[in-house]
Design a protein around this ligand. Structure first.
Ligand code: HEC
Length: 143
């Protein structure tokens, strides 16, 4: 009985930890990113804000694409901690582009985010164009 109860409590703790991770990702997206990207991720193409829907998951197909999602100014220069960036990206990828992600893609870690955001490129449009060429070569068509 006691063992069953302990297992139940442990399961509840794990479920609630997972739910909180997702919640903080969503909350930080709404607070820090949705002002430009909009709550549904549709952005504003005429103003240069890309549509994240059905698209950002494809970036995980190349190391340069994976890096780019962290290195764009909106992510790299956000006031979020490395861990919070990892969480917000996990939430965005699942919410806007879960079907396009490579199967079994590893989630971002805080250490990965830290390394990438400190080496962000200056020429963002040029970098994005090169990243998209690389993704096309890998069979992933990104607008
Ligand atoms: C002030 C407006 C603005 C805010 C706020 C903003 N972004 Fe962006 N984001 C952009 C623009 C513009 C682009 C296109 C690339 C560029 O010029 O930076 C972009 C591109 C991106 C991309 C790459 C998508 C692609 O297809 O190239 C990701 C990922 C991203 N932003 C994540 C975030 C995250 C995460 C946040 C919040 C922590 C955030 N952005 C906040 C304006 C913003």
């Amino acid at each position: 009985m006691r063992v069953a109860m302990t297992r139940l409590l442990l399961a509840c703790a794990l479920v609630s930890a997972a739910a909180h991770g997702g919640d903080f990702g969503r909350q930080n997206y709404v607070l820090r990113c949705a002002g430009c990207h909009l709550t549904d991720g549709s952005g504003h193409q005429a103003n240069g804000i890309p549509d994240l829907r059905g698209s950002i998951g494809k970036f995980l197909y190349t190391p340069e694409g994976r890096a780019f999602l962290v290195q764009v100014p909106g992510t790299a220069h956000s006031p979020l901690s490395d861990q919070e960036v990892a969480e917000v990206l996990a939430w965005m990828l699942a919410a806007f582009s879960g079907n396009e992600m490579p199967p079994g893609a590893a989630p971002y870690t805080a250490a990965e985010v830290r390394a990438l955001r400190t080496t962000a490129p200056v020429d963002v449009p040029g970098t994005r164009a090169r990243v998209i060429d690389g993704l096309r070569a890998a069979g992933q068509d990104v607008r």
